[in-house]
Design a protein around this ligand. Structure first.
Ligand SMILES: Cc1cc2nc3c(=O)[nH]c(=O)nc-3n(C[C@H](O)[C@H](O)[C@H](O)COP(=O)(O)O)c2cc1C
Length: 212
């Protein structure tokens, strides 16, 4: 039985958020192609994620067997989030572009899950990710358009940032589906028209995965 981890990061709720609408569609199609599959849902806006502190670093870099009770407590949310990554075979992320990059809650999540001895280790001085054979799909909604060849293409820091982060933890099979131009709704463009190419890409990707 396959397991999909769905992670949302937009502060907007429900259909007000383009990226949440895309993750919902992805889950719906994934369920249709994975009967009996399990979904783990993690809404980062509904999760309290503390920033990394000196205490957190001290706990993460202490051997597990010698961690004090407060150190174990400080790592509890990190352990919980990593357990979700380990339990799932596949991940889908809804990403709202904020200031050319990812929402701050997604950065807080990354800082909790990229953890030495848990999701990566050093082998002969080289980083080795431990979450191998996991596939990650990122559904990115942005007000502007950043497709290759457009004037703003070089200002999209979402993909160049997320690829090496997930590479670090071993999830090298990543794909990005962009829903650019969501700001056009303010000028009367139909929401479904904006989302159509991304929705089609989601359907195509899941169909291809089924055939493979
Ligand atoms: C705080 C904030 C920062 C944003 N920064 C950018 C940006 O740098 N570039 C861009 O194209 N759109 C930007 N936008 C627009 C969002 O990317 C757009 O509304 C997108 O649909 C967000 O995804 P969501 O609908 O799932 O929340 C920003 C929106 C907010 C609220």
């Amino acid at each position: 039985m396959s397991t999909l981890l769905r992670v949302d990061s937009s502060p907007l709720k429900g259909d007000a958020s383009f990226s949440r609408q895309l993750t919902a569609e992805f889950v719906q199609h994934w369920q249709a192609s994975h009967p009996g599959g399990r979904i783990i849902t993690r809404d980062l806006v509904a999760t309290t994620l503390p920033p990394v502190s000196a205490e957190w670093i001290g706990a993460a870099y202490s051997p597990a067997a010698s961690r004090t009770q407060p150190q174990q407590e400080i790592l509890a949310i990190s352990d919980e989030l990593i357990a979700e990554l380990e339990a799932a075979d596949e991940y889908v992320f809804g990403v709202a572009m904020h200031n050319f990059s990812i929402p701050s809650v997604l950065k807080l999540w990354i800082d909790q899950v990229v953890r030495v001895g848990k999701t990566f280790s050093y082998e002969n001085g080289v980083i080795a990710g431990r979450l191998r054979d996991k596939k990650a799909t990122f559904l990115v909604a942005s007000g502007g358009v950043y497709e290759p060849g457009t004037p703003a293409a070089g200002m999209n820091f979402v993909e160049p940032y997320l690829r090496p982060v997930f590479g670090t933890i071993g999830a090298r099979d990543t794909s990005f589906i962009n829903a650019g131009g969501t700001a056009q709704v303010r000028f009367g463009v139909n929401r479904d028209t904006i989302l159509q190419p991304a929705l089609q890409s989601i359907r195509t990707q899941l169909q291809q995965a089924q055939v493979a």
